[in-house]
Structures are given as C-alpha cells and as structure tokens.
Design a protein around this ligand. Structure first.
Ligand code: B12
Ligand code: SF4
Ligand code: SF4
Length: 320
C-alpha cells in the first residue's frame, strides 16, 4: 500500500471514531510485546475464582493478532467522559462511567460500522472491532500506543483526560502508519511516582500496589459482575455508602483526575448524564417496577439487572 493510501486509511478511520466520542488514538503492531505477553502470569487465584473467562481467553488478551487472522496492526482509541464530581452527582450511587448511555453501544456501533464499511473503501483491508467485552488486553495495548501510563489503581491514565476514558478499537489486516497518542510526550516516565492515594482510598484493600487488584475484595466487582449474594465482609464495607452500581474511590482520588475541565472536549453523550441519576431518583426507582423501555436500561447499570441493583442498594442501606 502506498504511503498516501495508508494516510488516507488512517484519516478515514479517525474521522469515524471521533464522531463516536474518541479523542485520542494510537496504532501499534498487532503481535504480543513483553508487557502483554505477561498477561496470563498476572492472573491470580482470585481472578480464576471470580472472573474465570479471563484465563480462558488469555491467549488473545496477550496477543491481539489472534483476534483476526493475518492481522497486522491494532488501532486503539480513548473516549473521555466527565465524572460525577464534575457534575455535582457524587452521591448518585453510581460509578461515573455509568452516568451515560452505555459506551458499549455508542462506541461499539461506530467501530462495527467502520469495520463493515472499510473493505468497501480500501480493497483488501479488514478489521474486527473491540470494546471491553472482546478478549483483548486493552490497557496494555493502550499503554503501548502511547495513550497513557498504567497507574497503581490498575487504570490507563491519559496525560490530559486522566483515567476517565473508555478504551476500544480495531484489530486490522492492512497497512497503517504506526503512531503514538497525541499526548505521548506528556506521559510521566515515573508513572505514579510516590503517590499512593488510591491504595489508601480503597475500602476493601483490593489494590495490591503493583497495578493489579483482587476482584474478591473490590466493590466494583461485586456490584457490577458478582452474581448471587454479596459476602458479608463486602456488605460491611458497603453499608452507609453509595455503591448501587460500581465504585469509584480509586479513580476519584487520583490527582490525574482533578481539575480536568474537559467540558469542551468530551462528546456530549459522555458529558450530559441521564436524568435517572439525579440524587435520590435511582433509589426510588429500583424500589418499584422499572418498565422495560426505561432509560435506566440503556446505561451500563443494566448489567446488574433490577434484582442486582436492589441487592446492592440493600447492602448500602444496611446499618453499619
Ligand atoms: C475484568 C475487568 C474488570 C474487573 C476486574 C479487573 C481486574 N483487574 O481483575 C472489575 C469488574 C473489578 C473491573 C472494574 C473496573 N473497570 Co474494568 N475491565 C475489565 C476487563 C473486561 C478486563 C481486564 C483484565 O483483563 N484484567 C486482568 C488484568 C491482569 O489485566 P489488565 O487490567 O488489562 O492489566 C494488564 C496491563 O494493564 C498490565 N499492567 C497493569 N499494570 C501494570 C504495571 C506494570 C509495571 C506492568 C509491567 C504491566 C502492568 O498487565 C496486564 C497484562 O497485560 C477490561 C476490558 C478489556 N478487555 O481489557 C475492563 C476495563 C479495564 N475496565 C474499565 C473500567 C472503566 C473499570 C472501572 C473504572 C469501572 C467502575 N468504576 O466500576 C473499574 C476500575 C477498577 C480498577 N481499579 O481497575 C476500563 C478501564 C479504562 C482505563 N482507563 O483503564 C476497561 C479497559 C474497559 C473499557 N473498554 O473501557 N473491570
Ligand atoms: S473500585 Fe473501589 S473497591 Fe475496587 S479497587 Fe477501586 S476503590 Fe477499591
Ligand atoms: S491515585 Fe496516585 S498512585 Fe493511584 S493511580 Fe493515581 S497517581 Fe497512581
């Protein structure tokens, strides 16, 4: 593929992804590197117990080229969102990432559309999209693509947007110039440095300090992915708190998420929360019947279902 054609392909893709809310991207070779190759060795007994799908799909998570035969590159992009603190919604009971229409839908639809249209515009080029649910090691890829560094809270921290970013992208068979994120030069070489605020803020001591967490001690895991009853020790941590869906402490205290002033940059769909999250509204809502077409079910909170949200609310309202 000629240089100009590679540039045209990159421009064509980026235009579509920006329209979906992505604001920075990088392109890297599709094969494993030292960091992503270590993926399986980083999974612990706790992950096997609570998130067994991670090990089952470890090969692809370590090496994205297995996701699409004969793929050559991965385009990975970051879509920032505003957090509950910026919006005066800190007590809403929901993790900031769930304040909006589900990012899987918005970003996933745009990536899928790009993958479908691509071969019509660029002969021989193929792509397969991913956002969260595909077996792709998104954080390691994003770090490799110069979108940020991996913090002690486990998150990819973008030098401008902080860790309030969704990740997603395309595994591509075709030629694209390799590029680093637009702000790669601003990534601090020392990463978190001496900071340990997220470790101090985590209610369950779930963060190990090396960028990895124990899902069995993480309120986010229990309120989003955990099925069945929440263990009494975790319920004890939730009592009196605001964890109807997810937990944000390790992101909220991070200095990289303070004073971001991103209102102008962020796509309105990730800046204007749905009214269901106004203070008290969720609590009233989940105590009754919620119609199938209610906006609540367009948000990531639909993952927990009504029974899950009620279970979480009950744990929060229990006496400490
Ligand atoms: C499973 C999962 C969870 C689980 C558990 C995660 C875990 N660590 O075990 C639970 C439900 C707890 C969870 C919670 C959250 N999640 Co989550 N989750 C995932 C998912 C699907 C897989 C992550 C995974 O593979 N974990 C296993 C570990 C071993 O892999 P890893 O975290 O990717 O880490 C790799 C690298 O980062 C690297 N690494 C990390 N640190 C370091 C440090 C060094 C020095 C080195 C060398 C390497 C290294 O090692 C790993 C191997 O490659 C990803 C999507 C995806 N497909 O990747 C989203 C994802 C990571 N989650 C996301 C989000 C938004 C969240 C929450 C903020 C949601 C919330 N508010 O409740 C919290 C944050 C909690 C936290 N502090 O991490 C975003 C993160 C965006 C970002 N900026 O990082 C992702 C990328 C989804 C997305 N597409 O946007 N999540
Ligand atoms: S999401 Fe909450 S419980 Fe989980 S690691 Fe972060 S602060 Fe700890
Ligand atoms: S709070 Fe501090 S230690 Fe934790 S991720 Fe942010 S910078 Fe790193």
């Amino acid at each position: 593929m000629a240089f100009l054609e590679k540039e045209a392909l990159q421009g064509w893709l980026w235009q579509r992804l920006q329209g979906a809310g992505f604001r920075d991207f990088g392109v890297v070779e599709a094969g494993a590197d030292a960091r992503s190759a270590a993926y399986e060795s980083l999974l612990t007994e706790a992950q096997d117990k609570h998130l067994p799908y991670l090990r089952k799909t470890a090969a692809t998570r370590a090496d994205a080229s297995l996701y699409l035969p004969r793929s050559t590159v991965v385009l990975i992009a970051a879509a920032p969102y505003l957090d509950a603190g910026d919006l005066g919604l800190a007590g809403a009971g929901v993790s900031s990432y769930a304040l909006y229409e589900d990012y899987h839908r918005i970003l996933g639809a745009a990536l899928l559309e790009a993958a479908v249209q691509l071969p019509r515009h660029f002969r021989g080029v193929r792509a397969r999209p991913f956002v969260d649910r595909a077996p792709i090691g998104e954080r390691a890829l994003a770090a490799k693509a110069g979108l940020g560094f991996l913090g002690r809270n486990g998150c990819l921290i973008h030098p401008v947007f902080g860790s309030r970013v969704f990740l997603g992208g395309l595994v591509i068979r075709g030629e694209l110039p390799l590029v680093q994120g637009a702000h790669a030069a601003a990534i601090p070489p020392e990463g978190c440095g001496a900071c340990r605020r997220c470790l101090d803020a985590c209610p369950g001591g779930a963060l190990r300090g090396d960028g990895h967490l124990d899902p069995g001690r993480c309120i986010s895991f229990w309120t989003i992915e955990g099925e069945g009853p929440i263990p009494p020790a975790i319920q004890g941590l939730m009592a009196g708190g605001n964890y109807v869906f997810g937990c944000d402490h390790c992101l909220a205290v991070c200095p990289w998420n303070q004073g971001r002033r991103l209102q102008e940059t962020v796509d309105p769909r990730f800046a204007q929360p749905l009214s269901v999250w106004q203070k008290g509204a969720l609590e009233d809502l989940v105590q009754g019947q919620v119609p199938e077409d209610h906006p609540l079910w367009t948000t990531p909170a639909s993952r927990a279902g009504l029974e899950g949200l009620r279970r979480n609310l009950k744990a929060c309202r229990a006496k400490e």
